[in-house]
Design a protein around this ligand. Structure first.
Ligand SMILES: [Ca+2]
Length: 590
């Protein structure tokens, strides 16, 4: 008997997903605005995207100028990292005025213009909502710190000066109280006081969530949301959404808080979405978020798959990830963790596993192009709303070492390596800015082989990650999304749909397979698998990779859709084995 070449757990993973995909679909459409069903997000780090006025920092008119590009990539929604007035101790996550765009990004009117132009293109704009804290420079905190009681005195969490509460910080000043405040992240980010779910009666400074000050904070956040939703925004990505209520071990109070906002939004702004940075979908989605990121915090799934915090060492990573050439990763814990979350939430919201974000190294870190394409193929074919971090679609590098800019380094994690300017062309500063190089927000990747948009647009061999044009014309035909890559060379996928069209995950007996095709119009069959031997002239490569089967299957004969027996069909009539090769080959061969 021929030896099974793949990790049986990987096989099980896809089997399980196939079962999920085959389940009744009509009941699975999560609630939320219609536009979310086909949304593909593009995350923009505004200071590094495009500088329209030559001061070295990206800005809102720069984003507006590039909307057509974002659309050409296949994205129809954007999330912009914080753009508000700030001392920029943490790159804008230390807000000093929730209602005003920071001058370095432009004006509120520039934001309105950006939204208007996006909406004209059928795109949606989500802002970042920094709900859990402010900057120490925020007027609320400045008032709260005064020794003279005022309406803001309890808007932050103050602990008695004589008491040693872990993490508490002093805020000395001539007219300031002697108490210490609790920060939410960096010391200059004091936590807003949403209250304690279970205040300790012996600690009167721990206010209940029903305290008038905590209720006032709660209502003020609503005012912030209302301001931007009325102004032009389509929703928010909520920073550290899990962090608002203290001493809440069962998440009951924090869940109730977000459900409170959700029911208000449902009534007043039914088209608005909330996306959480929580990384605990089974908690976040029942709390009212339409999307929760499954990322490097909280749940282990993302780390197991991509190893964003593991350090590359040659073709291996430490600790191992599933996506590494050395093949040291284990898919089993990913499957267990992912399916647990997916099963709990699939009819209530979306799990999103982004290509990367501003807090973690890009997927190119320690990997080559083939590997990254394999990663994208999986991330973009999983259930959920895709999020592409700016520059990942052209394979931008993680710059290391990179300067520590605006709180970019946490411990040993150099976040700035993922925050370098977008590379638009081979012109000065990679087309990002006309400013002198030393004035740029962060340096451009100095690599001579750095990718750029202009080259990619000219070079048909370079993939674009998603392509809206490849979608069925009606969103109803493909409920989740259809991600393809420009032209017929590239991957085209369509995951669970309903009605006349459907897509299935296929499982081949010799590999763990991902999809692909619609039952009535199967295009190609791909598999993520491990090569069975070392190809000549290639380094040892045991990590998962994408392969293409020799022939397009005939769906009516080869695909038994709707059951766990769905198979990635073999070559016509001969039982030919699938071509096991490199993604590069597979893509060019299409
Ligand atoms: Ca600028």
């Amino acid at each position: 008997m021929r030896k099974l070449l793949v990790d049986p757990w990987a096989l099980l993973a896809i089997l399980c997903l196939a079962i999920e995909a085959a389940a009744p679909l009509s009941a699975e459409v999560p609630p939320g605005p219609k536009w979310l069903e086909t949304a593909v997000f593009y995350q923009i780090y505004p200071q590094s995207f495009f500088d329209s006025n030559g001061d070295g920092i990206g800005d809102l008119p720069g984003i507006t100028a590039k909307l057509d590009y974002i659309q050409s990539v296949g994205c129809n929604a954007i999330w912009i990292n914080p753009i508000y007035e700030s001392p920029f101790g943490d790159a804008g996550y230390d807000v000093a005025d929730f209602f005003k765009v920071a001058p370095r990004y432009g004006t509120n009117e520039d934001l309105k213009n950006l939204c208007t132009e996006a909406h004209k293109r059928g795109m949606h704009v989500c802002l970042d909502l920094v709900a859990g804290h402010t900057s120490i420079a925020h007027p609320w905190f400045q008032q709260s710190a005064l020794d003279k009681p005022n309406r803001y005195s309890n808007w932050y969490i103050w602990t008695p000066a004589g008491e040693s509460v872990p993490g508490s910080q002093p805020f000395p000043g001539e007219h300031n109280r002697s108490d210490r405040y609790l920060p939410n992240f960096f010391p200059f980010q004091p936590a807003l006081n949403y209250g304690f779910a279970r205040p300790d009666p012996k600690e009167p400074w721990q206010l209940p969530t029903t305290d008038p000050a905590c209720v006032a904070v709660r209502e003020e956040l609503k005012r912030v949301m209302k301001f931007w939703l009325d102004f032009c925004a389509d929703g928010f990505r909520v920073d550290m959404a899990f962090s608002l209520v203290r001493n809440d071990p069962d998440n009951e109070a924090i869940g109730a808080l977000w459900r409170y906002y959700r029911s208000w939004l449902d009534k007043e702004y039914p088209e608005a979405v909330l996306v959480s940075e929580w990384s605990d979908p089974a908690v976040a989605i029942p709390a009212g978020f339409y999307i929760d990121f499954l990322i490097q915090i909280g749940q282990p799934a993302y780390g197991i798959l991509l190893g964003p915090l593991s350090w590359p060492n040659g073709y291996s990573r430490d600790p191992h990830a599933f996506f590494e050439r050395a093949g040291g990763g284990d898919i089993k814990p990913f499957v267990e963790n992912y399916l647990k979350n997916y099963t709990a939430t699939k009819s209530r919201g979306y799990i999103s596993m982004p290509t990367a974000n501003h807090d973690i190294p890009r997927p190119t870190c320690g990997r080559d192009e083939q590997e990254v394409r394999t990663i994208f193929a999986m991330l973009l074919t999983m259930p959920g709303v895709p999020f592409i971090y700016y520059g990942d679609e052209i394979g931008m590098n993680f710059l290391y070492p990179a300067p520590d800019k605006e709180g970019g380094t946490i411990g040993t994690l150099p976040r700035c390596g993922s925050r370098t300017p977008m590379q638009w062309s081979k012109e000065k500063n990679a087309g990002f800015s006309t400013a002198p190089a030393e004035k740029l927000y962060l340096p451009i990747d100095p690599s001579v082989s750095r990718p750029d948009v202009a080259t990619e647009e000219k070079d048909p061999f370079y993939p674009r990650v998603v392509e809206v044009a490849s979608r069925p014309s009606s969103a109803r035909q493909c409920r989740r999304f259809s991600a393809g890559i420009r032209g017929k060379r590239y991957i085209s996928v369509c995951l669970p749909s309903y009605g006349r069209y459907r897509a299935d995950l296929g499982v081949d007996q010799s590999c763990c397979a991902v999809l692909l095709g619609q039952a009535e119009r199967v295009r190609q069959c791909y598999a993520i698998t491990r090569p069975r031997r070392r190809p000549p002239g290639r380094p040892l490569a045991n990590g998962p990779r994408l392969v293409r089967h020799l022939r397009s299957p005939r769906p009516e004969r080869s695909w038994r859709t709707g059951s766990a027996e769905s198979r990635c069909p073999r070559g016509r009539a001969s039982g030919r084995k699938p071509t096991v090769g490199y993604l590069e080959t597979a893509i060019i061969g299409l």
